[in-house]
Design a protein around this ligand. Structure first.
Ligand code: HEC
Ligand code: HEC
Length: 382
């Protein structure tokens, strides 16, 4: 019993969650109210995940928390997992650093529980700040140079700002107006992509979007077909990520990660911006490069938090940072938009950068076609 169960769980980690839904409905449960789909936890899906806070996460949220660890210490996956990034990766083996990290995960939970009433005040980043060994004193050069520009995740409400509705309405007007946006039912954008430090460079991509909430980004590496395509998709209910050389060749999004994918799919249609999040609040103005921006934050389901930055002059959206919770710090993803150009009366950002804790893709659009028929297959599991 135990053995086949384990094997099933490993299979399930790679997206066979459907199997489990089937199991959930057999026997007694089938006669009662429908059972919520059960996806395997990281503790079940992986061989050696044991910390009290990480083992209960879904697989995609667990991988998000790995990104949090790596980013907080300035590490690559390979700094804790031998040969990560190659065919010989051994994720299960416990290196000394991995053991230390496990101890830190428990320490963090204890600090937040005993000193901060269970609120997540301390994360890996709080101490590590991109170093493996936390610094204990400020460098005097840092003391006398530009002030620390790191932002609080939670935007504090500021007095004397326009309301969120006014800012969002200005954005809708700037992009083309509510009426034109209501007539936008689908689009296909094409262009070229460059990965961080040239990684994954030379790609061509297509973005497929269908109102109200379907979106797929597909990058193809023409000169390196052996890499395989890189695809992120959300079909209105569920989503998948397929990444070349990724740990899992492809996996189904679940947990809070799924809420983030939904936000991105809905934001592809700016006319919906007022309904994609709740509890909008407006913070102090800020700067992105040489642009002054208005800052609006909202919340979504399952702890999703997103901050939207609008150009103060043009009203256009310049940046979205979305945060999903994890036991060791929030998982952040940032989207930057620029080079807005008009296509059939609607402004589209022809420059788009997608940054996550483990990589960054830059997209330069060459064309957008609006209201074209898109084969439903494009939003299926890749
Ligand atoms: C600071 C060290 C550290 C870094 C960096 C790190 N991990 Fe981990 N990883 C761990 C620890 C610790 C565990 C075990 C967690 C537990 O027991 O709850 C783990 C477990 C895993 C597992 C489960 C393996 C198994 O089958 O038991 C996978 C998969 C994994 N990490 C992937 C990644 C990926 C992908 C990255 C890069 C984005 C990464 N890790 C970066 C420390 C690290
Ligand atoms: C309260 C401050 C603090 C927090 C929070 C913290 N650490 Fe640490 N960490 C330290 C200190 C201090 C050291 C060096 C002493 C040691 O290794 O025990 C360290 C060392 C480490 C090392 C060993 C690095 C090396 O190269 O030897 C790893 C790995 C690590 N921490 C991971 C994490 C992870 C992952 C988190 C979040 C779950 C975290 N730490 C949170 C203070 C902290």
């Amino acid at each position: 019993m135990k053995l086949w169960w384990n094997q099933l769980m490993v299979a399930a980690a790679v997206g066979a969650a459907v199997l489990l839904i089937g199991f959930g409905l057999t026997g007694k449960a089938a006669a009662q109210a429908p059972v919520a789909p059960k996806v395997p936890t990281a503790g079940e899906a992986f061989k050696n995940v044991t910390t009290s806070t990480l083992k209960g996460l879904t697989v995609s949220d667990f991988l998000g928390s790995m990104g949090v660890m790596a980013a907080a210490l300035g590490f690559d996956c390979a700094d804790c997992h031998p040969s990560a990034g190659s065919d010989k990766a051994d994720w299960v083996f416990d290196t000394p650093r991995k053991r230390t990290a496990r101890r830190m995960v428990e320490m963090l939970a204890t600090i937040n529980r005993t000193s901060f009433g269970g609120a997540q005040m301390v994360t890996c980043w709080t101490c590590h700040h991109g170093r493996n060994l936390p610094a204990t004193s400020i460098a005097l050069d840092a003391l006398y140079s530009t002030p620390n520009e790191e932002k609080s995740d939670i935007v504090a409400v500021a007095e004397g700002q326009p309301s969120a509705t006014e800012i969002l309405d200005k954005y809708i007007a700037a992009v083309g107006g509510a009426q034109r946006l209501a007539g936008l039912t689908s689009y296909v954008a094409t262009g070229t992509s460059v990965g961080y430090e040239g990684l994954g460079g030379g790609g061509t991509f297509e973005i497929f979007a269908k109102a109200p909430n379907m979106r797929t980004t597909s990058i193809t590496f023409k000169d390196h077909p052996e890499r395989g395509d890189s695809i992120r998709t959300y079909n209105g209910r569920t989503g998948w990520v397929k990444s070349p050389r990724g740990l899992l060749p492809q996996f189904e999004l679940d947990g809070t990660d799924l809420e983030g994918a939904k936000l991105e799919a809905m934001m592809a249609f700016p006319g919906q911006v007022k309904t994609v999040l709740n509890n909008f609040r407006v913070g102090s103005t800020d700067n992105i490069g040489d642009r002054e921006v208005r800052v609006v934050q909202g919340t979504g389901a399952r702890g999703l938090l997103a901050t939207l930055y609008f150009d103060m002059q043009s009203g256009l959206l310049l940046r979205v940072v979305r945060f999903t919770p994890s036991p060791i710090g929030r998982v952040s993803i940032q989207m930057d938009y620029g080079d807005y150009r008009e296509v059939n009366g609607i402004k589209f950002p022809f420059k788009y950068t997608f940054s996550w804790l483990d990589g960054r893709d830059q997209f330069q659009l060459s064309g957008v076609q609006t209201n074209v028929a898109i084969d439903a297959v494009k939003f299926n599991k890749p």
